[in-house]
Design a protein around this ligand. Structure first.
Ligand code: SAM
Length: 354
């Protein structure tokens, strides 16, 4: 089927473009190296029907055929990415006769074998997922966000998505009172630090713990009140201290200070799923999830592609964050909905004077 493509390179001043057609064909007609990121949630295998077009992905006879048609879109899209570009695929698995088909894992293998660098399989934990009524399956409460880069290194802005608080200490993630936070060291004691390091480095696995300086002594030596809190992870400074060397590693940090702008996010993202929006669409991924990816993987002004645009969530998040967007969808109704939704988001921004 020929793609009904409104080629966006003829309209360079527009901030977004939605193209009606089959993703594989449209991708082949787009201008190379334009996109900093491809961010998408393709149809899952055998989950739902979006229309009656024979080119629709997800309705194949076998999972192998599905993997073939979905991977060929991403393999063809590789040439569209800038050299520091990345590909993000939000995808879930499918069960057949109790067995999981391992769709995300097999897709990751196919794309890695085709040259993409497989960087991360982030677990999107949907804290509001619905429990399963199956007598012997667990409830499915996560999906994967597969992160690939075109080359070994890709554009990454971790500072844009750093996190505060200590997610490891359930129930203790509240911000401590302001006067109990310490932002920088006060009068670190170099001589005392040297003495402490000497003790640590000369220790052996048989050295009794009692011969080490206490965690509070170490904290004071580094210039931190052991009972004050770290403004990033909210732990007391005496909890930042590790007194034992691990294995034979001589330079194990015994006092590590967190990055003051926040911690590296983990690869489990807890984000509530979105309710379905009436008649508008189905299987919508949350803007919060897309925004996290966009902030990390692109800069304002960059182009982002979603080959399975649906109602345009990626586009909405993109224009809200000052990026430019190209979406593709097989069904005209989705193309029109996505365009209307993105335009509305854009008008809201210009209306609010941002
Ligand atoms: C899971 S939905 C995307 C939802 C989207 N992330 C959102 O938040 O609205 C997948 C979309 O892929 C579209 N689709 C299915 N097969 C396609 C194909 N061969 N080419 C382009 N789009 C296709 C469907 O129409 C559907 O809108």
């Amino acid at each position: 089927m020929p793609a009904v493509a409104l080629y966006c390179e003829n309209l360079p001043s527009q901030s977004f473009q939605i193209i009606h057609g089959n993703a594989y064909h449209v991708v082949q007609g787009l201008q190379a190296k334009r996109f900093r990121a491809i961010i998408t949630s393709p149809p899952y295998y055998g989950h739902r029907r979006y229309g009656s077009d024979g080119m629709e992905i997800g309705r194949e006879q076998s999972v192998e055929q599905y993997l073939q048609s979905i991977s060929q879109v991403f393999i063809a899209a590789n040439r569209l990415l800038t050299d520091d570009g990345s590909l993000w695929i939000v995808i879930g698995d499918t069960r057949r006769r109790k067995e999981k088909l391992r769709v995300p894992h097999r897709l990751a293998d196919l794309l890695a074998n085709a040259g993409y660098k497989f960087r991360e399989d982030i677990v999107w934990y949907k804290k509001n997922s619905v429990s399963s009524s199956s007598p012997d399956n667990f409830s499915q409460s996560y999906e994967y966000v597969l992160f690939f880069s075109k080359n070994s290194r890709s554009y990454a802005n971790l500072d844009a998505i750093r996190v505060q608080g200590n997610e490891a200490m359930l129930g203790k993630t509240e911000m401590p009172p302001q006067h109990m936070l310490q932002y920088c060291p006060e009068n670190p004691d170099k001589k005392e630090i040297e003495r402490i390091l000497d003790v640590i480095h000369k220790s052996t696995p048989k050295t009794p713990l009692s011969s080490f300086p206490s965690t509070s002594e170490i904290s004071w030596a580094y210039g931190y009140d052991p009972d004050k809190f770290c403004p990033t992870c909210y732990r007391k400074f005496k909890r930042h201290v590790t007194r034992r060397r691990i294995g034979g590693h001589r330079h194990y940090p015994i006092f590590a200070v967190c990055n003051p702008t926040g911690k590296n996010p983990s690869n489990v993202w807890e984000i509530a799923n979105r309710a379905h929006l009436g008649s508008q669409h189905f299987a919508i991924f949350p803007e919060e999830l897309v925004k996290r990816i966009i902030k990390f993987s692109t800069e304002p002004g960059d182009w982002i592609l979603d080959p399975f645009a649906g109602r345009g969530t990626t586009g909405i998040a993109a224009v809200q964050l000052g990026r430019r967007f190209v979406g593709i969808d097989l069904y005209l109704e989705n193309v029109n909905n996505a365009a209307a939704n993105i335009l509305q988001a854009e008008n809201l921004i210009s209306g609010s004077g941002q």
